[in-house]
Design a protein around this ligand. Sequence first.
Ligand code: GLU
Length: 304
Amino acid sequence: MIDYQGTIEAIYNNLKQAPEKGIVASYIPELSKQSSDRFGIHIQHIDGRTFQIGDWNVPFSIQSISKVLALSKAIAFEDNLIWKRMDVEPSGNPFNHLSLLELENGIPRNPLINAGALVVSDILISHLKHPKEDFLNYVRNITGDDTISYNLDVAASEQRTGYRNHAAANLLKSFDNLNNDVDVVLDFYFHQCALEMNCAQLSKAFYLFANKGKCFNDKQHISSSQAKRINAIMLTCGFYDEAGEFAFEVGLPGKSGVGGGIVALLPNDFVISTWAPGLNAKGNSLLGMQALEQFTTRTNRSIF
Ligand code: GLU
């Protein structure tokens, strides 16, 4: 039997002392308020057990991690149509890269880079009656937690400074790959990214991807085949231009965000979330990546 609690305690104590903690994101001004000393780990086992250490219950901005949740809702609406509007190939480029989008005629490389996530936002807006409210309710529902909310200051902060997202949305619109107004799509996207969760809530939110599409409360939200596909996209595209490195070091499907969160999972086994706001040069949480590498190495639990 694996000693999950002992393992994460050892990793936490080891990395807490690390001299190098990375740089907190500041291109969204509101995010720069976080301290790089924050560090938490949480495991949600599929059998219901949980293990946690450090700042696991402090809410943070999940940012790009929300793209997976949005995708799971969009895929439930438009299983096949969605892949006519975006691809499933890693981009090998940063999340906000634009030139590929122009070269490839407004078809984003995948749903986890910003351009793809904007198309996913567009799909959700077209299907949901009250898009922001309905999406929030979906997230609360799969997590079984009504306290989850958007951080409106973070959304407003990105609205003011998200120049590259404004550019990407306009480019998509010029290629006819957005059906709704650019401003409406951006407003939804900035709110979605401004979802705030702690590590425990994040682990619960991603439970359905480890459990063949069934959430924590045993409700089927996506098919097991859709869960498999989303896990494949996380593995190949979940870490900006460091997805190969994450697969190599950690060996789990997962997703990171510039707020310093990472969530990763082993299907039919567990979901693990880490939060440490200091980022490496590629925009992934420095301590989070190291913690997950140590975790899969020590426990020998990965998909490979
Ligand atoms: N809202 C952020 C942006 O679009 C998300 C970036 C991220 O977490 O990768 O720039």
